[in-house]
Ligand binder design. Sequence first.
Ligand SMILES: [Zn+2]
Length: 68
Amino acid sequence: MPTSICPECDEEVYVDAEVEQGDVAECEECGASLVVVGLDPIELDLRAEEDEDRLDDDFDGYDFDDAS
Ligand SMILES: [Zn+2]
């Protein structure tokens, strides 16, 4: 299984052998969401967290403010 280096914590991240550019992987060490930006060698970059931000915005619409 090929590996690359997590840009967040510099640990080895295992990626699927048939990974393609734009695929998403997760660092088992720090839990970062990583996107494949290069294949030869495999290169990983931190994934923009737009999706999670959008989820947070949705939650703001509900009565979900007890934690803040
Ligand atoms: Zn990491």
